[in-house]
Design a protein around this ligand. Structure first.
Ligand code: PLP
Length: 641
């Protein structure tokens, strides 16, 4: 067992396929622990998850936690910008790249600050899609060269705020989603005498494929038709503001899985841009929206959680695609904007949670040795169990055992056998299934009836987290996220599990896992050892998942641990900041409770018991304090001993 087994970390890599989805940031270390190499420019920098977990425990921070690797954010910002710069040079493209980060993908202040800081030297900007986001962006994107792109539906306040930002010298572009917004913008701009920069969002005929394909096509929620775009441009001209129209925008969906959709959108967008040029509207910018995918399952395919292209191929298709059409149409190359959010943030955070128990169909066993006068069904089941070794026809064993188990249940209902005999039959049944499972592992062909056996016999590991808070998309839209143990990778994983969370909801489970061979309904993990904690990591949660969680069962936001790499540190990292997650009274307050008066109410009941002489005063004080401490505490299971 364990290290004496001939299992190595390369077997673990072959099983979990970490390199396929890690984007170069995660790997299985020689010591069997998961490692992170957060700085794309410094492969020497290597942080051991086990060391991070130890430090978190030492600081008394409770799990589950979100780990944020700020270096990964910085590396991704650099990767996107440098890839555009390099490709623009190679293509001899005459425009620039001026990307913006769409804050809706992860609005956490620390995330936005880090992206703005890392993007400073590229004049990387921000995108906002609501008033609250606009207010944020106005305070954080102060570089006059970086763009601020404003999408989403707008009211008067939104428009006034955008004009204020113009007045402050920012390159703010208001993207018109529907015609009436344009009328409002023109009116207010004239009234305030501030010149806006205007973009028009085009409803594209090309649809993205995958979960978000509704963002394109005739029935798309956002954008103007070609006719509306021409009318809008002409309207601006008659208002003397034709020169304010500087940007064409399109966005055909998030997580574009197929590069063909990107190519089609670019060529359609480039054609519209060129035609507008011919009509006398020399635009300066083309904004290709978001959609740059993340290969969550590592399959490089058009699966919903994957993509069949790389970031380099994406950028090449944008740059070369635009250039080709522009050259053909003899119009200048526009400055290119992309609003890539998922690709910037997905890798930088992961959730670390602890396994706190195991649930198995066959976990508890009865003594099954033969007793005088036992029911024939028990003897029959024992007979089958003793014959598994000798019998070659596995299907027959499976049929007999299943048949006897069903008969036993009927017999029990008719009071022919008792509860104890039923339990013996059940025990024998699961023993037979385990034996069958072992034999099937080496079989070439698994009969249909028995294909579910591996799943039926798998454990459920109870994990101290909430799917609804930390992995909302795995529940809502079957998003697949890589999940794996963070330690013991140099040991053969000997338990097949699915995961259940601690909510009281039977949907609170994960049964889709990324393995090298494809998506599996069970995850190979290690047996739990008494007195030793066992953590798993849920990766690529930095985009959307991080900020979309809900408070099902009043499980709140997670403790967050912000990690920076550092060369001079012996462990290559330090914890820069801990952001405490929701306490029970936080989540109760959001639901309109008054935790203080709740505490008073409970104290009143305790005091009454004291007055009645049913509780000693000392004891009463302890209980009162305990209730108050729990109110202030973390919403998840407390596991540190
Ligand atoms: C959501 C959204 C984005 C971000 O898309 P990603 O696929 O995460 O890069 C960009 N632009 C618009 C208009 C969006 O609605």
């Amino acid at each position: 067992m364990g290290k004496s087994d001939n299992w190595t970390i390369s077997d673990a890599e072959n099983l979990y396929g970490v390199k396929r989805w890690s984007g170069g940031y995660f790997e299985i270390g020689a010591n069997g622990n998961m490692h992170v190499t957060p700085d794309a420019n410094n492969a020497e920098m290597r942080i051991d998850f086990k060391e991070v977990i130890n430090e978190i425990k030492a600081e008394g921070i409770q799990f589950p936690v979100v780990l944020r690797f700020h270096d990964i954010l910085r590396s991704q910002v650099a990767l996107l910008n440098e890839t555009f710069i390099k490709t623009i040079e190679e293509a001899d493209y005459q425009g620039l790249y001026r990307g913006v980060y769409p804050v809706k993908v992860n609005q956490m202040r620390e995330v936005v600050e880090e992206i703005v800081d890392a993007g400073q030297k590229y004049n990387y900007g921000l995108e906002a899609g609501s008033k609250a986001e606009l207010l944020t962006v106005m305070a954080y994107n102060i570089n006059p060269e970086a763009l601020t792109i404003l999408n989403g539906y707008k009211d008067e306040e939104f428009v006034r705020l955008s004009l204020l930002a113009r007045k402050l010298g920012r390159k703010v572009i208001v993207v018109i989603e529907k015609f009436s917004e344009l009328l409002m913008l023109v009116k207010i701009a004239k009234e305030l005498d501030i010149e806006p920069i205007i973009g028009l969002r085009s409803k594209m005929t090309v649809k993205g494929r995958g979960k978000w394909e509704g963002s394109g096509g005739d029935r798309a929620k956002f954008g103007l038709t070609i006719t509306e775009i021409i009318n809008a441009a002409r309207y601006l001209e008659t208002e003397g503001m034709g020169h304010c129209f500087k940007l064409l925008h399109f966005h055909i969906g998030s997580q574009l899985t197929d590069i063909r959709a990107v190519k089609e959108a670019i060529s359609e967008g480039a054609m519209i841009y060129s035609e507008l040029h011919h009509l006398g509207f020399p635009l300066e910018y083309v904004d290709v929206g978001g959609g740059l995918g993340v290969d969550y399952d590592g399959s490089k395919s058009t699966n919903d959680s994957s993509m069949n292209y790389s970031i380099q191929e994406y950028v090449a298709d944008v740059v070369f695609g635009m250039k080709e059409v522009c050259d053909l149409e003899k119009v200048p190359h526009p400055t290119l904007i992309s609003e890539s959010g998922r690709a910037i943030t997905a890798h930088h955070s992961c959730v670390v949670a602890e396994i706190v128990g195991e649930i198995r169909a066959d976990s508890s066993k009865m003594e099954t040795t033969a007793v005088e006068g036992e029911h024939i069904l028990v003897s029959n089941m024992r007979y089958v169990s003793l014959s598994v070794e000798k019998q070659d026809n596995l299907q027959e064993i499976f049929n007999d055992a299943t048949d006897y188990k069903e008969q036993a249940m009927s017999a029990f209902k008719l009071r022919v056998i008792g509860l104890e005999e039923l339990a013996k039959i059940e025990t024998l049944y699961w023993q037979i299934m385990e034996q069958l499972q072992l034999r099937l592992r080496s079989a070439e062909f698994i009969p249909e009836d028995m294909q579910e056996l591996e799943f039926d016999l798998s454990s459920q590991y109870l994990c101290n987290f909430s799917v609804f808070q930390s992995a909302a998309d795995t529940w809502a839209i079957d998003q697949v996220l890589p999940i794996l143990p963070l330690t013991r990778m140099n040991e053969r994983p000997n338990v097949n599990c699915s995961l259940v969370d601690i909510t009281c909801d039977s949907d609170g489970k994960i049964d889709q896992f990324v393995l090298e061979k494809g998506i599996s309904d069970v995850l190979p993990m290690h047996n739990l050892k008494a007195g030793e904690d066992y953590h798993l990591g849920m990766f690529l949660t930095g985009a959307y998942q991080d900020v979309m969680g809900d408070m099902h069962n009043l499980f709140g936001r997670l403790n967050e641990v912000h990690i920076y790499s550092h060369d001079d540190d012996p462990l290559d990292f330090y914890i820069e900041e801990v952001v405490t997650g929701s306490s029970v009274d936080d989540v109760l307050s959001i639901m309109q409770y008054h935790p203080n008066s709740m505490a008073k109410e409970v104290k009143k009941s305790i005091d009454a018991k004291i007055a009645q002489g049913e509780m000693r005063p000392r004891e009463g004080v302890k209980w009162t304090d305990f209730y108050e401490d729990c109110l202030k505490g973390y919403t998840y299971l407390k596991t540190n001993k």
